[in-house]
Design a protein around this ligand. Structure first.
Ligand code: ACO
Length: 339
């Protein structure tokens, strides 16, 4: 049987045009630019205007990724998101239809900040099994719609955005190949990152406490460093990469201190750490593909580079992936088109 691999052939992104700086937030919250920047590395973030949805951003990013890959369509559309357009139905089929792909299978995948790495695993597995030849994997989020604007502990951390990759069937050794993936979860600690209301356990969203995102930042920090280090090290060892052979370390963009701590533990030099945090903050399931698209557009990723991805998020969930960077040109969509 032919040895088939999933290969990234295109990448696109979309950020909403409105930007909120740390100084803007300090006018409405008991916080300062210095606190936010020194604790997180975040200086500003993009946010949607009321009425713009995750699906709007995801559609624009998906179209950009298809253009980058030189394709009109694909066999499967996957959307990694925690902030779908509505509870029912899933957002992915609507994105597919808006991209002219009605009829193509499409579904949402909920793994919070690990969503992109989970999606990469699903896409690579389906291509490897011969189920589909091409997958459009989108990470899109609008956390501005779920954070409590009065909670300085979370409101300063998140931003909105979307990015997407196209994966196609290819041969081993093709630049863009996804070499190895590993995932994990621990639902015993689901309460550390949650939106308590709106699900079957507590369906009503009638007060702020039930509809807003909440996180035990201190506890999550410790667990994120440990899990990302363990998972990324295991993936690097599985593909036989020594730390000095890793050209780019792209971790979930939650906190620059976490990225540095994990890289230090892995033995990856600080200049190999990709961080877009200053510009976009934490964009949850969109953060890794946004960082990849940004790094590629800055010339920080070259064809053949060894890229190590790692993520950690609500669930708790985590996952890592090793891939070889393809010779793709990232396409940036100008802004979301309304649905
Ligand atoms: N401005 C000023 N002071 C603040 C702010 C703020 N915006 N937020 C909190 N503080 C205060 C706190 O009240 C606390 O004050 P106290 O000491 O008087 O109690 C003090 O600053 C320190 O608070 P900590 O929470 O200990 O601050 P920490 O250094 O841990 O930074 C942060 C907080 C940035 C949230 C950090 O814990 C973190 O990054 N955690 C991990 C986040 C993460 O990895 N998330 C990934 C998953 S996200 C997802 O899945 C959607």
């Amino acid at each position: 049987m032919l040895d088939v691999r999933a290969v990234v052939t295109g990448i696109g992104s979309c950020l909403p045009p409105d930007v909120v700086s740390n100084d803007d937030l300090s006018l409405v919250l008991d916080t300062t630019h210095d606190w936010i920047f020194s604790r997180t590395g975040i200086a500003r973030r993009h946010v949607v205007r009321p009425g713009t949805s995750t699906g709007d951003l995801g559609t624009a990013a998906g179209a950009a990724a298809l253009e980058s890959a030189g394709r009109r369509g694909c066999d499967l559309v996957l959307l990694a998101t925690t902030t779908p357009d509505q509870r029912c139905p899933a957002t992915a089929p609507q994105i597919a239809a808006r991209l002219g792909l009605a009829g193509v299978p499409a579904f949402d995948l909920a793994a919070v900040c690990s969503g992109f790495v989970y999606g990469l695993t699903v896409a690579a597995s389906m291509i490897g099994a011969g189920t589909y030849d091409s997958v459009l994997l989108i990470g899109a989020e609008t956390y501005s719609t779920i954070v409590d604007p009065a909670d300085r502990g979370t409101a300063v951390l998140f931003g909105d955005g979307a990015a997407a990759v196209v994966l196609e069937r290819g041969l081993p050794g093709t630049p863009g190949e996804v070499l190895h993936v590993e995932l994990g979860s621990d639902g015993d600690h689901a309460g550390l990152i949650s939106v308590p209301g709106g699900g079957s356990r507590a369906p009503h969203l009638d007060d702020d406490a039930s509809r807003h995102f909440r996180m035990d930042g201190r506890e999550v920090y410790v667990r994120a460093v440990a899990a990302m280090t363990r998972s990324a090290r295991s993936v690097a060892e599985a593909v036989g990469w020594r730390p000095e052979e890793i050209d780019a370390f792209v971790g979930h963009q939650a906190n620059a201190r976490i990225l540095r701590a994990v890289a230090r533990r892995l033995g990856v030099a600080e200049e190999r750490v990709v961080s877009q945090l200053a510009e976009v903050g934490n964009t949850a399931g969109a953060s890794i593909p946004l960082a990849l698209a940004w790094a590629a557009s800055q010339g920080r990723l070259a064809k053949g580079d060894r890229v190590l991805l790692t993520a950690f998020g609500g669930g708790l969930t985590w996952g890592s992936a090793a891939m070889v960077w393809p010779g793709v040109h990232p396409v940036r969509a100008e802004g979301p088109s309304p649905g």
